[in-house]
Design a protein around this ligand. Structure first.
Ligand code: SF4
Ligand code: SF4
Length: 318
């Protein structure tokens, strides 16, 4: 065995240990390259306007396909999964629901802080290197990289599914100008004949392996900045006022989900138990308290009120 081989494997093992110590459930490593096979689908997704008002997705086309353009010198993509599956969630009779990933402090800060710690330790143990970190960030094809790094397959619900723990994860990446030993991409798709996610999606946003974001409740409750929600979605929102977890809840692989260990993701003590009336009468001050440092702020107070009002009008729960 050459010493170079040993060096690269030593680096990769060290990085995976450091990832574990910093709370990441899984880490995989892929060689940086242009993801040519995604060019066609990315183009057609944008051409068909499936990204709705998320115009930032149209930018940096080449950077999205090739991490070496995004961060010159990149040799390796370290792909990381951070668990957000909560211990408790809304009861079925709760008047509204907020997606599991948004119950606690904004994951962008939490996961980025963990990554910064991780990089610090990597540099202490492996020496200086140039890097950039990303969490749920538009210029990186995160799911493709996680698959490439052997962390799972992309399911028919378009989520990255890890065969050991399902899909309730944040995806994050470190682009590093350091050569490493690489994992094998996951070639298999374990969705088989299942189509539970497609059948369960209330707005018909899903086709196998494709999502029309402009029909997805998650997009409609968060990214959509229009004052009104399109009439055609009347009665399809179920109870979601921020995000939607339905296509993950029904996925059989999520029976392997385990509770996260991140104190920062604990929800405000009142968030899961507010009454119908309290949601209807939510004031700006209460909103500030409930969602201090939360990713729910992305929808803004007006957006959240619009979503609550929409449920109310449709008498779906409120
Ligand atoms: S998040 Fe909800 S609305 Fe969006 S695709 Fe999944 S089930 Fe459909
Ligand atoms: S619900 Fe079934 S088809 Fe959908 S992602 Fe999960 S395993 Fe695949």
């Amino acid at each position: 065995m050459s010493s170079r081989y040993e060096l690269l494997h030593h680096r990769s093992r060290t990085i995976k240990q450091i990832a574990k110590q910093n709370g990441f459930a899984f880490a995989g490593i892929a060689k940086a390259r242009r993801l040519d096979e995604h060019e066609k689908s990315l183009k057609s997704y944008l051409e068909q306007q499936h990204h709705g008002q998320m115009h930032y997705m149209e930018n940096h086309f080449e950077k999205r396909l090739d991490p070496r353009v995004l961060h010159p010198g990149t040799k390796s993509v370290i792909s990381l999964l951070y668990n957000y599956y909560p211990e408790s969630f809304y009861e079925s009779e709760a008047p509204v629901k907020i997606t599991r990933y948004a119950l606690g402090k904004d994951y962008h800060f939490v996961v980025k802080n963990r990554m910064r710690e991780m990089v610090k330790e990597m540099q202490q143990q492996l020496g200086e290197f140039s890097y950039r970190v990303f969490v749920d960030s538009a210029p990186v094809l995160e799911r493709a990289w996680a698959r490439e790094a052997g962390l799972g397959w992309i399911g028919k619900n378009t989520m990255l599914i890890n065969p050991k723990q399902g899909s309730f994860f944040f995806l994050a990446e470190i682009l590093a100008d350091m050569e490493l030993a690489y994992d094998k991409p996951m070639q298999k798709d374990f969705c088989g004949n299942c189509r539970r996610c497609i059948d369960a999606c209330p707005t018909d946003a899903l086709k196998p392996y494709k999502i029309d974001a402009s029909r997805c409740i998650s997009y409609l409750t968060i990214e959509n900045k229009n004052e009104q929600i399109p009439e055609e979605f009347r009665e399809q929102y179920q109870k979601w006022i921020f995000g939607c977890d339905i296509c993950q809840e029904v996925c059989p692989w999520n029976r392997f989900s385990i509770t996260h260990q991140e104190p920062e993701f604990e929800p405000h003590e009142k968030l899961l138990s507010l009454s119908k009336q309290q949601w209807q009468e939510l004031t700006r001050e209460e909103y500030q308290q409930l969602f201090k440092k939360s990713t729910v702020k992305r929808a803004k107070f007006e957006g959240l009120k619009r979503n609550i009002h929409f449920l109310n009008e449709n008498n779906q729960s409120l």
